[in-house]
Write a protein that binds this ligand. Sequence first.
Ligand code: ARG
Length: 564
Amino acid sequence: MDVKLAIAQSLSGATGLPAEELAGYIETPPDPSMGDYAFPCFRLAKALKKAPPAIAAELAGRLALPPGIERAEAAGGYLNFFADKADLAGKIISRALAEGDAYGGADIGRGGNVCIDFSSINIAKPFSIAHLPTTAIGHALSRIYRALGYRVIGINHLGDWGTQFGKMIVAYKLWGENKPVEESTVRELVRLYVRFHEEAEKDGSLNDEARKWFRKIEQGDPEAIGLWQRFKDLTLKEVGEVYKLLGITFESYAGESFYEDKMQAVIDELDDKGLLVVDNGAKIVDLSEWNMPPFLIVKTDGATLYATRDLAAACYRKKTYDFVKSLYVVAYQQNLHFRQLFKVLELMGRDWAKDCEHVNFGMVSMEEGTLSTRHGNVVYLEDVLNASIEKTLEIIKEKSPDLENREEAARAVGVGAIVWGVLYNGRIKDTSFSWAKVLNFDGETGPYAQYTHARCCSVLRKAGAYDKEGVDYSLIREESAAALVRAVAQLPDAVKSAAEKNEPYLVARCVIDICSAFNKFYYECRILEDDPKLRAARLVLTDAARQSIKNGLYLLGLEAPERM
Ligand code: ARG
């Protein structure tokens, strides 16, 4: 049984409070000399009407210790529990190995649906590193929620609607030199689009022309719709390659255009509920009472907006998926938009507005000179990934000249380095890339974690077959071995906290802790000992470390090659 739950049951016996609740309060002490588990007694202060230190002292004296716990000591307002080391090692290692690829997960989601709107690229626009955080964070959260038993609906809310597509058509017709869309690249389309803006400054009629074409798209004119669809197909084909490199798939590509016929119902509902105000010919929802500017629903010329489509999308998602949570992984530049959106949903009486969350993040930049600006000031994600794969291949050729399948390893590590770069810090921090930082095999990086995993695999390969049954866990007694057990034990909690806070970095930190603990253990304890009992004990621990690192990397969207 789960040690925490066992402790909680003893506490429940002593206090009469429900064990489930108490289990949720149990923490891991910051320093192992303070024990393996800590119960903060201030949680009981109200119910027991006593000061926390008095509660701790009293409980330490009379608590019936559960099996696996050697002693309990009061320390200030905390009651610290010291586990029997062999018992703890046995429990953690056998759990990690029995659960295998599922270790770290749980069933708290119980099949509840979670919508995750992420990556959400724009058609005929660059898939640039600005979209890397939403892509990496959203992908990691998808895997984390799935591991916790939720059903995840990953949604790529495509930016595929708006007057820019009218501009795109005009530019393509004027300067596209009759080159079929299928034979163009997104970069070429982007160049045409940039040219449109330059020329439109000199010749305003181009904008009228563009509006005309967008109107045609809205009215379903076959030529206009046909071109729009081809721009879309081309973009999706290109970004598909990037998603493949990253191992990402989506359950839905319903983008802005998908809501074209679903907005009127929402506008009518706003009107019926008396929320719509006409302001200078535009229709808005007044949010001044909440110190926010008005939410613009319909422009003076009758056009709907990004906001209108998001309102329709939120309602559609609730109706279609009946989510328990709906996440929007979008940069903090859109903080206001989402605050407004959720407030309007609330005013419409949608009580599920509280289940919607804007998972925001900071900006990414490239450190000067690390990638050429040959494409203007836009840095394409695909270029960054490919450059990283190339650099990794050079490093591998130098460090492991005999490695087979080195292209495969270079891809996994090169891509992993970039993804890890955005996941290792809290979301809201702005990040900057430097190759030296990202590709460091020793720092707290993706390659370091992948390398440590490969090291575990290599030890296990060298060991060959050994007796995994009847392992004597009391042989795991060195401090570095015990520390590794504790690090491995943290993974399930890290995964849960990562979902609670929508912060994948909590998993990344846990992976690094396991890696550092393993490397310390590796240098301090000879794993391939002659004594078969000691060897077996160290090997199962190595195997549990391997499994946890692999699972943690997977949850972050990284591969774990066995050799590198
Ligand atoms: N396409 C938008 C952008 O690139 C992000 C869309 C985010 N999702 C949403 N439902 N608004 O900025």
